[in-house]
Design a protein around this ligand. Structure first.
Ligand code: SF4
Length: 356
């Protein structure tokens, strides 16, 4: 069996030019890219599929076409526009970073990886992506897709998490002087469309002749995996309080956490064990009676699994400051997915048990 050749940037670029997906944040081939648009798309694409991002990205740009416009927005407006994309910390950081760019950088994006990393919410991956795509820096952004491609091509024997520096250095070495942005994007696209986690499409891969895992028939062995830690579980009891019109009481979450600033049902604080009756009583809004809704709603975040029981009650009172009556529709995209899930579950309860 002959040794593989070196992965060729030109071959990858030719493949990408022909097959790349038309996405609104991609400009004409080799053209200059607006760092604001690159940054926005990269933040939205963290943890969210491209198909979900496309309409939200376009609506966001219609509303805030420049970094100055975004910096002037109210944080609550930005959070509301973000609803449905999840991971709201991204939206808060986006807004803060826009203000930093306007105040500390006179409205111009910094262009180096190090400077970009100083912005709120911009980590090593996003900084490298903006530097390569918008400023033509010879670097690559190593996400899961790129790590998988490089781990297979070079048969890297360590898990991606422990070899991120090496992967970054290998990728940057491969990046060409011309079109480094297209190259960085091509690597991501190759991982997403061809070098897939389970069945890689080696038969159509532009780097097949350079791929050690393919040559040795061990594509399933790379990237080397680590045993994954199971996400921690957190418990809460949420209160579905309705008025005579069937509207549901929601409040803005003021506590720090994944839903800070978002509309949620009143609830006990998150705890590592099921809340005690005393904790439930301390958190429940005033109502003549509460009924337990059967079942538990489970919602997964990156490092947490949230398990929520629901209590249902009715009231005639007015909302307090920070609270609203909401129609209770679980298809309201302005609400976080977690709140929509609770509304859907609570609206169609199995026979409920009286709490008291
Ligand atoms: S040849 Fe197969 S395993 Fe190697 S990079 Fe291409 S798709 Fe991935």
């Amino acid at each position: 069996m002959s040794a593989p050749s070196t992965p060729c940037a030109d071959r990858l670029l030719a493949w990408f030019k022909r097959y790349r997906r038309a996405l609104p944040w991609r400009g004409p081939w080799g053209g200059k890219r607006d760092p604001y648009r690159v940054w926005l798309s990269e933040i939205m694409l963290q943890q969210t599929q491209a198909a979900t991002v496309v309409p939200r990205y376009e609506a966001f740009l219609d509303r805030w076409p420049t970094v100055d416009a975004l910096a002037r927005a109210h944080e609550r407006e930005v959070l509301d526009a973000w609803a449905g994309l999840g991971y709201y910390r991204r939206a808060r950081n986006l807004h803060r970073a826009a203000q930093v760019i306007v105040t500390a950088w006179s409205g111009r994006f910094p262009g180096s990886v190090k400077e970009l990393e100083s912005l709120p919410g911009v980590g090593a991956y996003t900084a490298a992506a903006i530097a390569a795509l918008a400023f033509g820096v010879r670097t690559v952004a190593v996400d899961g897709n790129v790590a998988r491609v490089l781990a297979r091509v070079f048969a890297i024997p360590t898990p991606a998490g422990r070899s991120s520096r090496r992967l970054q250095a290998i990728g940057a070495d491969l990046a060409p002087e011309a079109l480094p942005g297209e190259f960085a994007e091509a690597l991501i696209e190759l991982g997403a469309l061809v070098c897939r986690p389970r069945e890689p499409r080696c038969g159509i891969c532009p780097w097949q002749s350079a791929c050690e895992a393919f040559r040795t028939g061990r594509t399933a062995d790379f990237p080397v995996s680590v045993s994954r830690k199971r996400p921690a579980v957190r418990y809460s009891v949420a209160f579905r309080l309705t008025n005579r019109r069937g509207e549901v009481l929601l409040r803005r979450q003021s506590d720090p956490g994944p839903f800070q600033g978002m509309l949620v049902l009143p609830a006990t604080p998150w705890a590592a064990t099921r809340p005690s009756p005393a904790a439930v009583q301390a958190a429940e809004p005033q109502a003549p009676a509460w009924h337990r809704v059967a079942g538990v709603v489970e919602h997964g975040l990156t490092h947490l699994t949230l398990r929520t029981e629901i209590r249902a009650g009715a009231t005639t009172r007015d909302p307090a400051p920070g609270e609203i009556w909401h129609p209770g529709r679980d298809d309201d995209q302005r609400l976080p997915a977690y709140t929509r899930k609770l509304l859907a579950h609570g609206a169609d309860p199995e026979p409920a048990a009286a709490v008291r």
